[in-house]
Design a binder for this molecule. Structure first.
Ligand SMILES: [Zn+2]
Ligand SMILES: [Zn+2]
Length: 183
């Protein structure tokens, strides 16, 4: 699978979770009334300054949510966070990050494990992790800015356990050089 296909699959699955969270908090009926008729999901490979953006077109029956490719360096929970943030922008009675949007975001933050901040689409977010460590068993992703040679060797020698599933084999990718350090 190419990266982009993988991203789209993750995006689709995370979108399902995000929608379920929103429906659980506000109820299916209210969500149906407020939300954009249809949402198109897109992955943007060039926008690195922001995690996501939502575009709402007046008079058209759909909205688009575009997420940056860099978002996929983060955990599923963080992707879901961004998606909830953007889906709330599709609610008809919201405008920007104040008023109703803020009330909805706070409601989600209060009642679920997702903490919705207004930062997701601000232009000063820069995700610049260098190393991505992925558990070969459960897929848990960890991002590091730095990774010492000693630590890399510990991963290679299988001396480090996954905090989630306790497995000891990982892949490590150097995102800056776009190469695999450990496969
Ligand atoms: Zn926003
Ligand atoms: Zn694991």
């Amino acid at each position: 699978m190419t990266n982009i296909e993988e991203y789209k699959k993750r995006l689709k699955n995370n979108y399902k979770v995000a929608m379920q969270v929103i429906k659980d908090v506000f109820g299916e009926e209210k969500v149906g009334e407020l939300m954009c008729g249809a949402i198109l999901l897109q992955v943007n490979s060039t926008a690195v300054g922001r995690a996501g953006i939502c575009k709402r077109y007046r008079g058209k029956g759909y909205c688009t949510i575009e997420v940056s490719e860099v978002l996929f360096q983060l955990s599923d929970d963080e992707i879901i966070n961004t998606l909830i943030h953007e889906i709330l922008h599709t609610f008809k009675d919201t405008d920007g990050h104040k008023g109703k949007w803020k009330i909805y975001a706070d409601e989600i933050s209060k009642n679920t494990k997702y903490k919705i901040t207004r930062l997701a689409d601000s232009s000063n977010i820069v995700i610049d992790y260098r190393y991505q460590i992925t558990c070969k068993s459960c897929g848990l992703i960890k991002n590091n800015h730095r990774l010492s040679k000693k630590k890399i060797n510990q991963y290679k020698d299988k001396k480090i356990e996954c905090p989630k599933c306790k497995y000891n084999e990982f892949t490590i990718k150097d995102l800056k050089k776009d190469i695999m350090i450990l496969e």
